[in-house]
Design a protein. Structure first.
Length: 300
C-alpha cells in the first residue's frame, strides 16, 4: 500500500512538472537552437529540423505516458483507422511542409528586402505578426466564409476537424491543398516580399513548428497568462470543439488577433465536451481517406 501511495505521489509530481514546466522547457530548447544558429556554422535548416525533431520526441513520450484525456488518445485500433492519413497524407504533408519551409529559408538567403537591415528581433516580430494576420484571415474564412468559395475552403479544411479526438499525430490529418494555401500565402510570399534574413526565417519556423505540435497535444499542459500571447493546447482544443459557439481561436502561434477580433475562447482547466464537426454532419468519416480528399471537388 505504501508503495502504491508513493508511486501515485511521484506520478502526481511528474504531472505537475509537465503541466507547468513543459512549455517553458520547450522555449528553452528553442532558445538553445537560436544560440546554435548564431554561434555555429551549422546550416539553420539543419538546426530547424533538429529542434523540431527533439520537441516531437519529447511530446510523443509525454503523450503516451501522461495523456490528458484517454478518450482522445491514439491507440492501436484508432491508429489502424488513421493510418491512411498518417502514412499517405501525413507523409505528403510532412514532405510538403518541410520542403516549403526549407525552400523558404533558401529563398530568404538570395532575397535582400527592405526589412533585412532591421534588428533581428524586429524582423522576427514582424514575421510572426504578418504570418499570424494572414493565417488568421485564411483560417477564419475557411470556417466562416460564405458562397461557393467559402464552402470550397471549408471542405478543404474540414478534414482536420473530422476526427473526434485530438493528439500529436492527428496534426497530420489535413487536406494537402489546405497546407499548400497556408504555406504559400502566409509564409513563402511574405518572406519573398519582406526579405527577412535567413536566420530569422529559421527562428520563425522553429517557433511556428513548436506551436503547431503542442497545440494538438493530448497532455495537460497549462500556460496561464501566456494564453493571452501564444496559442497552446488549452486554446486550440476549443478550436476543435464540436460546439459552434466554442470552435474559435483561429490563431496558429499568437492569440493577438483572436483577442482583437473577438474570437478568443479560454476556459481554464476545462476540456471541451466533444470534439469534431457540429451536429449530424453530412461529411464523410475521416477514415474514408479518398472520400475526404475528393470532397472539395465533388459537384453539388
Amino acid at each position: 500500500m505504501t508503495n502504491i501511495i508513493q508511486k501515485t505521489n511521484e506520478r502526481g509530481i511528474i504531472r505537475s512538472i509537465v503541466r507547468w514546466g513543459l512549455y517553458p522547457i520547450s522555449w528553452l530548447i528553442i532558445l538553445l537552437s537560436f544560440h546554435l544558429i548564431y554561434t555555429t556554422k551549422l546550416d539553420p535548416r539543419v538546426i530547424w529540423m533538429g529542434c523540431i525533431g527533439v520537441l516531437f520526441s519529447i511530446y510523443m513520450l509525454a503523450e503516451v505516458t501522461l495523456p490528458y484525456q484517454k478518450k482522445w488518445s491514439m491507440n492501436f485500433s484508432t491508429f489502424i483507422a488513421d493510418i491512411k492519413f498518417i502514412v499517405f497524407n501525413g507523409a505528403f504533408l510532412a514532405l510538403l511542409s518541410s520542403g516549403l519551409a526549407l525552400f523558404t529559408i533558401t529563398v530568404s538567403g538570395s532575397n535582400s528586402g527592405f526589412v533585412s537591415d532591421l534588428p533581428k528581433i524586429v524582423q522576427l516580430g514582424m514575421a510572426l505578426l504578418i504570418f499570424e494576420l494572414i493565417n488568421y484571415g485564411l483560417h477564419r474564412f475557411m470556417h466562416e466564409g460564405r458562397g461557393k468559395v467559402g464552402k470550397f475552403m471549408w471542405l478543404l479544411h474540414a478534414a482536420h476537424h473530422l476526427p473526434p479526438r485530438l493528439y500529436l499525430l492527428m496534426h497530420a490529418v489535413f487536406h494537402p491543398f489546405n497546407a499548400f494555401f497556408i504555406q504559400t500565402f502566409a509564409i513563402i510570399l511574405p518572406v519573398w516580399l519582406m526579405g527577412y534574413e535567413p536566420n530569422v526565417v529559421a527562428m520563425f519556423l522553429i517557433i511556428n513548428g513548436m506551436h503547431g505540435l503542442i497545440s494538438h497535444f493530448n497532455v495537460d499542459v497549462r500556460m496561464g497568462f501566456l494564453n493571452y500571447i501564444f496559442i497552446g493546447p488549452e486554446l486550440h482544443r476549443y478550436h476543435h470543439s464540436a460546439s459552434m459557439s466554442e470552435a474559435k481561436n483561429y490563431g496558429a502561434v499568437l492569440s493577438i488577433y483572436d483577442l482583437i477580433f473577438g474570437t478568443f475562447i479560454y476556459h481554464p482547466n476545462v476540456a471541451p465536451n466533444r470534439l469534431g464537426v457540429f451536429g449530424k454532419s453530412a461529411l464523410p468519416a475521416y477514415e474514408k481517406f479518398w472520400k475526404v480528399i475528393i470532397l472539395p471537388f465533388q459537384k453539388r
